[in-house]
Ligand binder design. Structure first.
Ligand code: SAH
Length: 223
């Protein structure tokens, strides 16, 4: 059954305007990020009971003990990706699908991997029913994309906390490509890695402060 598109009221649009004004005040300058976050209704991606929190700058619980990142984190990661329209982007950690929807509205070709079967199935259906053309996969992000033949990615974004930089994933990035990834065990440092060559010495690493993501776990979960 097709999931009906939820409503987006003037009140929600107004709350998003405030949210985006705050993001801008706090250093988000990429207009494509701001436009996408203005256009994607974040309240669609969370429990209706929590609707009144949708446009506050906080992480919100979703199914399977996971969280949808706070808007400022979504904006920051999207801006750090430093994209151009039409680029092919791989996201690890589909979760609610909000980050993927934002990337899609930024004009990117989005591929997203989730390890929790329940989230994968629900979110894939919703994204497609609501018109966000994101290719969703069930799998272990540490392995990257193992199905289909989509070539290398221009950008890779990880939306869970990785204990180390996954080398297999770096192998799926084009030369000149960039990965945005929070790395660390208790709390993570947001890294942007620019791949100037295949050798690890050719990976340029920049740091962008501390974050708290749910962990990036190994293997899939079929429950
Ligand atoms: N981008 C999401 C954030 C969800 S939280 C959003 O906008 O809602 C992070 C997600 O990463 C969780 O759904 C979790 O199940 C998933 N995850 C954790 N480890 C993973 C892995 N190895 N491969 C794929 N997904 C993973």
């Amino acid at each position: 059954m097709k999931e009906t598109t939820p409503i987006d009221t003037f009140r929600h649009v107004g709350l998003r305007q405030k949210m985006c004004a705050n993001l801008q005040k706090n250093g988000i300058t990429d207009q494509r990020v701001l436009n996408a976050m203005q256009s994607v209704p974040r309240h669609w991606f969370i429990d209706t009971m929590l609707d009144n929190q949708a446009y506050q700058d906080r992480a919100i619980n979703i199914d399977c003990d996971q969280t949808i990142s706070r808007p400022s984190t979504v904006a920051k990661q999207s801006q750090l990706l430093d994209t151009a329209e039409g680029m092919q982007v791989l996201e690890i950690g589909t979760g609610s699908g909000y980050q993927a929807a934002v990337l899609y509205r930024m004009g990117l070709k989005v591929f997203s991997i989730e390890r929790q079967k329940q989230l994968f199935e629900q979110t894939r259906r919703r994204l497609n029913d609501w018109g966000f053309r994101v290719k969703c996969f069930l799998g272990d992000g540490y392995q990257g994309l193992t199905e289909g033949d989509y070539g290398l990615f221009d950008r890779i974004i990880i939306t869970c906390g990785a204990s180390e930089v996954p080398h297999t994933l770096m192998g799926q990035l084009k030369i000149g490509g960039r990965m945005v990834i929070p790395v660390g065990n208790e709390g993570q440092q947001m890294l942007r890695i620019t791949k100037h060559g295949d050798e690890q010495e050719q990976w340029e690493i920049e740091e962008f402060g501390q974050y708290n993501f749910v962990p990036m776990l190994k293997g899939r979960n079929f429950n």
